[in-house]
Design a binder for this molecule. Sequence first.
Ligand SMILES: Nc1ncnc2c1ncn2[C@@H]1O[C@H](COP(=O)(O)OP(=O)(O)O)[C@@H](O)[C@H]1O
Ligand SMILES: O=C(O)[C@@H](O)C(=O)COP(=O)(O)O
Length: 435
Amino acid sequence: MSLVLGAIADDFTGATDLANNLVRAGMRTLQVIGVPRGELSLDDIDAVVVALKSRACPAPDAVSDSLEALHWLKAQQARQIFFKYCSTFDSTDEGNIGPVADALLDAMGARQTVMVPAFPDNGRTVYMGHLFVGDRLLNDSGMEHHPLNPMTDADLVRVLSRQTPHSVGLLPRPVLAKGGEAAKTHLDGQAAQGVRHVICDTLDESDLEVLAAAVVEFPLVTGGSGLGQALPAEYRRLGWLEAVDNAGRLAPASGAALVLSGSCSRATLGQVEHFLATHDGFALDPLALAEGNDQIEQALAFARKRLFAAGGGETPVLIYASAAPDKVRLAQQRLGVAAAGELVERALAGLAKALVAEGVGRLVVAGGETSGAVVSALGISELRIGEQIDPGVPWTQTYIKGHESPLSLALKSGNFGGVDFFSRAFDALREERLP
Ligand SMILES: Nc1ncnc2c1ncn2[C@@H]1O[C@H](COP(=O)(O)OP(=O)(O)O)[C@@H](O)[C@H]1O
Ligand SMILES: O=C(O)[C@@H](O)C(=O)COP(=O)(O)O
């Protein structure tokens, strides 16, 4: 059968999150890093997720990267395109959700798409167009302090309207409650009125199922990974997809265990604190990084001593720049927002490269932008998806040039994962010893 779904994800953790949900719903899924340059065999693959780093870059770059991914996916005959962004709708007034969605619609000659950011398994729901994280509105969830895209407005119709010249509408819960046909009629009615983007309410999995039934034949859908849980059943109903037993299996993991964290999201800050109560960690500070290479050398020495000395490597250690909002603000005031972020990303990416070369084989990275920087520095082009650690975060595996054993890699979105995620991730890998 041919490729069913082609997804374009605006960051690497988001790509893994979507790929994870597709695998769990029975789609054989390949995650590629950037648009593949050479030949790629897609035999026995149902979905490809192209991971871009287009969330926080200038909108024109995000548009051109996304269009390149679209053209590649269309050349692979993907039946439906999915533009994946964050379940917390991470963006600014400049974009990049609106400009990318508009460019994809234009390129595909489609008149309408849906916006379904919700991921109820992780507490992201939408009601009357307002995004909630757990029981808080988005603008009171911690996302208002995000270093790159502070989210200070929970009304997504209003947020998106600032990013697109086109009309933005709403598919409200009372319509969804009437089922897929009612939802489809509502969407058709909005399209007839020229509404190009429709923010969709979603409270739970049954809403996702109704939405999937309504939009399965849309050329382009957009949203978080929640919709990816529900679409595969619709593909099967249409006969586009075969039933598969186990869509995700990895080789056994080996090598020293390391956590790198550049996320300053509330969940990550809790995970860092919890981990440091029982494990060793090294804190990076952008102000020190701006002074030169000393802090990187110190971090390397810290990790080498614990990971590669005799008997080391089994217990994970943490290197982190994650810091509370006031500390982040201070660094940003002194260095500039983008420069502070880049300094940290470059440092963590360089550390990943050096330490993987020296024997780290199990690596957790926290943060979407951070994961993008690390994965790019490691020269990774494809990821296979394995077992889920927590909703939205699976173990993945890849081969690094010149290494015999695979690298096991978990890319954790900033706000995902339980408080003990960092240690539990490695426990899960040890217990599984996946065949
Ligand atoms: N202490 C710090 N000061 C300023 N910026 C930081 C600091 N620590 C991390 N950053 C930057 O904040 C951004 C966090 O984004 P990201 O990695 O996507 O995390 P999340 O997944 O939580 O959004 C990155 O660009 C990172 O380099
Ligand atoms: O949809 C989500 O929440 C995630 O898949 C995601 O994109 C998170 O991004 P980061 O928090 O920047 O990792």
